[in-house]
Ligand binder design. Sequence first.
Ligand code: FE2
Length: 160
Amino acid sequence: MDTDIRTDRIEKVRDIVSSYLEDIRDPFFRAEGYVHMFGVAQAAVLLAMKRGEDAELAACAGYLHDIATYTTGDSAGHAARGAEMAERILQLTGLFSEKETGKITSAIRCHSDKKSVHGPLEEILKDADVMQHCLYDPGYVSKKDKDRYRKLRKELGLGK
Ligand SMILES: [Fe+2]
């Protein structure tokens, strides 16, 4: 167990994200929000552990990454809008340094750009996003996710 991880910060972010999700009226969209954002947070922790990166920041990026989509029901430009929302949320908690907030929001800002390769946390979030989609429905992998999913399966020793 990594003793550097501050559970209180992950809990705070999870509570805030939950409070936003609780406001969604459509029960299916609300459930999807929980499954996807919480699932991406867990996949991000797993990948951070595997790659020797910061699992706590990875979890927070995962919990917050699609906050703009689930609060507005509109996914257009959600990565940039979500990064702005996440910045305000993280600042309001008073628990994250400017540098940590910058790392989390950068990952969120880049996460829709699956074709490019960015820094370690950005890549963890993109891969975790793909992983959650593919674990949710292993029978369907979208065209845009195929390449990353293939590399992820190889990295995790899951065969072709
Ligand atoms: Fe996502």
